[in-house]
Design a binder for this molecule. Structure first.
Ligand code: ADP
Ligand code: MG
Length: 726
């Protein structure tokens, strides 16, 4: 068995970088060539059809059947010209990731012939046999109808031989069964609410967008070594493994030069990504060995989420070609940094005015402070819900650990914005000078370039970075649609409250700008407790946060309860994002998913311990026993005491670890049986409270054995091998 580990290590160490691809042509010459974008539409759709499609993209207008037929015909011709033979509705079920079922364009006809067909109705709607996707009870399996419906705002694309059509996924009765539907609803709610506020600033016609720029972190592991780790294969993380003597303590990996093998992988990934119109911009080494990051330029949120999911699938397949496995788990290796997916979020107009960017005039700065205050209030009121939106069994390993966001959501504003707000608290009346409407807001101008990198607080889960907020708590494996939906919804809801309050002030005689200013001041006063610029990892902050009434819960299943709290249900209903039934169903899915993940981990760990670790430990124990018995025969009593007692001690230590492992395995087994009768919520809570600690405890014994047992006998690739492959 030991042999297979060594041959995997040998393979991994000796691998040459994949053949360098020929020099890529200029990116612009092939960018987006696999996307049914406006350039391509010009070739395949009539100008009238295009006009209606653009309108649908921009304003969400529905397409009638005749237009759908035209679009389908054009798309089919393009796809076939590109060599595609199949099409699929590409959607985002609650399992995470994406789903697709390929259908051939070929339709069999009479007399043994066939013809390529693709109708408007096939483009617009499909009914995948989706009975096995989680729905939290929204769809009984015998009533297994789920529909996918085309989302014209995210362009179709070609992957391999398949035309992929981004779609939403809904039940027979219209409930959302995916992540895209609520995301799109939340984007509309945020747009509408923000536009309404812009009316106070004479910008009522401005079209508002919600933007997202994600930063995807990931690990790469050589595929031969990966194949030797059943825990990585089955549970996406290493469940055992002793620290490598050297890991990230030298801090030499971050922004270091990219290893040639990895660089070849990245180049091909970018090439494939550009063909799909993903605006990739940045690539670099991350903090941990074998950890990297890739980030595009920010985009319209719906598209950005699709692009992130698309890139994750691309990464998996391109990595295979380079004999790597891409790991998105938030904590694949214990003791070194985990992977996040920072979500840079902002609101802005399509003409490029950032609503979270300070301006040059008083009025622009008031607009900035008003939107900022509303975001702060939304985060303050929903800090527990925002945490729930990023909570998962895998991200739980990052939260609260000393490298990543703490398990408390607070906002880092930076000195200058904080100063502006504090000044606002101090001013009672507006100073009556210039300004378009004869008012100045009475606060000093805020420099446009607010915060340079040195003023950044890396411990904050939600940080203002000059023109956007960076939600850093999102996990690397997550579909960022969920946290972005919560954020859009909370901000939309808050902006609506704001508008009501401002209108009330105006109705009682206050000039509009003064009403906005006064309300902004009040909001900031009421929620400034969400702001925290100190060290988010410290013990004092935990106490202080609790005193401020922020959510300090650390149990993931309990965090999920925020989704069905009365205030959340009301907020989601009022913004039209999800109904109570949908919210409850989603929580069922989340709880079930949590339990299943922990259940799998405990079973994989027990299997590994029984089949891989205990036999090897016994084998090594026998070597020691044999030696000790021989020494006993040879040595005098005094010599035996002097030379062999430590070895005897070690034999006992091994016996002790093996015994503990067996006891834990039995216990975990029993627990899984017991929990199987519980309701989803209770089950997840039990798994969290009782089983997770067992997994950690059992691991400690195995990791200790790894230190004791002869390296030649150890069956699984070790951290130092998994993490330092070039
Ligand atoms: P850092 O690692 O310093 O946080 P990166 O350059 O890795 O920054 O990523 C920053 C991300 O934020 C990029 O995707 C960038 O396009 C995005 N971004 C920049 N401005 C905005 C904005 N106004 N709204 C949303 N995202 C933005
Ligand atoms: Mg970054």
């Amino acid at each position: 068995m030991a042999n297979s580990r060594f041959s995997a290590v040998e393979q991994a160490f000796q691998r040459e970088p994949a053949m360098a691809s020929p020099p890529a042509p200029e990116t612009s010459s092939y960018y987006g060539c696999n996307v049914f974008n406006r350039d391509i539409m010009r070739k395949y759709l009539s100008s009238e059809t295009r006009r209606i499609v653009y309108e649908s993209i921009e304003r969400g207008a529905t397409l009638n059947n005749a237009v759908a037929e035209h679009v389908a015909a054009g798309m089919k011709r393009w796809a076939m010209d590109m060599g595609a033979t199949h099409y699929t509705h590409w959607f985002q079920p609650l399992t995470g990731g994406t789903a697709e079922k390929h259908d051939s364009f070929a339709e069999p006809h009479k007399h043994g012939t066939s013809l390529e067909e693709f109708s408007g109705s096939r483009l617009c709607q499909q009914e995948p046999d989706a009975s096995s996707f989680p729905s939290g009870g929204l769809r009984n399996t015998f009533e297994a109808r789920g529909y996918t419906a085309w989302d014209p705002s995210s362009p179709a694309f070609i992957m391999g031989d398949c035309l992929c059509i981004p779609t939403v996924f809904i039940s027979y009765t219209g409930e959302a069964l995916d992540y895209k539907t609520p995301l799109m609803r939340s984007v509309s709610a945020a747009k509408k609410a923000a536009s309404d506020i812009l009316k106070y600033f004479d910008m009522g016609d401005a079209e508002v967008c919600s933007y997202l720029g994600w930063e995807q972190e990931y690990f790469l592991v050589d595929s031969a070594l990966y194949a030797q780790r059943p825990d990585l294969i089955l549970s996406d993380r290493t469940l055992i493994g002793h620290d490598s003597a050297r890991n990230q303590q030298l801090e030499d990996h971050y922004f270091g030069s990219i290893p040639p093998r990895v660089l070849e992988f990245m180049k091909e990934l970018e090439f494939e990504g550009y063909k799909l119109g993903i605006p990739l911009k940045t690539r670099h080494n991350e903090v941990a060995p074998n950890q990297f990051e890739i980030a595009p330029v920010f985009e319209d949120m719906n598209l950005a989420v699709d692009h992130n999911l698309l890139l994750m699938s691309l990464m998996r397949s391109v990595a295979e070609r380079h004999k790597f496995k891409a790991l998105f788990h938030e904590k694949p290796f214990k003791g070194i940094n985990g992977s996040g997916k920072h979500c840079n979020w902002s609101l802005g107009t399509v003409d490029g005015i950032g609503l979270l960017s300070p301006g040059k005039t008083d009025e622009e700065n008031l607009r900035f402070l008003a939107f900022m205050a509303n975001v702060l209030k939304a985060v303050y009121d929903n800090n527990g819900l925002l945490k729930a939106s990023i909570a998962s069994p895998s991200n739980a390993h990052r939260l609260g650990a000393n490298e990543a966001p703490p398990a408390i959501v607070s906002v880092f504003l930076g000195m200058q914005v904080t100063a502006a707000f504090e000044e606002l608290l101090g001013t009672k009346d507006m100073v009556k000078i210039k300004g378009k409407k004869g008012f100045s807001v009475g606060i000093h101008q805020i420099p446009e370039l607010l915060i340079d990198n040195t003023d950044r607080n890396r411990t904050s889960p939600f940080a203002f970075t000059g023109n956007r907020f960076e939600f850093r708590a999102v996990g690397a494996s997550a579909n960022c649609a969920l946290p972005m939906t919560v954020l859009n919804t909370a901000v939309a809801h808050q902006l609506k409250q704001f508008k009501k309050a401002v209108d009330k002030r105006i109705a009682s005689g206050s000039p509009a700008m003064k009403a906005v200013l006064d309300e902004t001041r009040e909001i900031y006063r009421s929620c400034k407790d969400i702001c925290f610029d100190g060290n988010g990892y410290s013990e004092e902050w935990k106490k202080e946060a609790e005193r401020r009434g922020l959510d300090v819960e650390t149990s993931v299943p309990v965090m999920f309860e925020h989704f069905t709290a009365p205030a959340t249900i009301e907020m989601y209903k009022e913004t039209g994002v999800l109904s109570e039934v949908e919210l409850r169903a989603r929580n069922e899915v989340a709880w079930e998913h949590y339990s299943k993940k922990i259940n799998i981990e405990s079973r994989v760990l027990s299997d590994l311990a029984y089949n891989h670790i205990i036999p090897v430990a016994i084998g090594f124990q026998n070597v020691l026993l044999d030696n000790v018995l021989k020494c006993k025969a040879l040595f005098t009593d005094a010599e035996f005491k002097k030379y062999s007692l430590q070895e005897v001690q070690q034999i006992k230590e091994i016996a002790e670890h093996i015994d503990k492992i067996r006891v834990m395995a039995d216990e975990m087994d029993k627990m899984c049986d017991e929990f199987s009768e519980l309701e989803a919520r209770e089950m997840a809570i039990e798994y969290h409270d009782k089983l997770v600690p067992c997994i950690d405890e059992m691991r400690a014994h195995v990791d200790r054995l790894e230190m004791i047992v002869d390296d030649q006998m150890w069956p699984l690739p070790k951290y130092r091998e998994l993490l330092f492959i070039r």
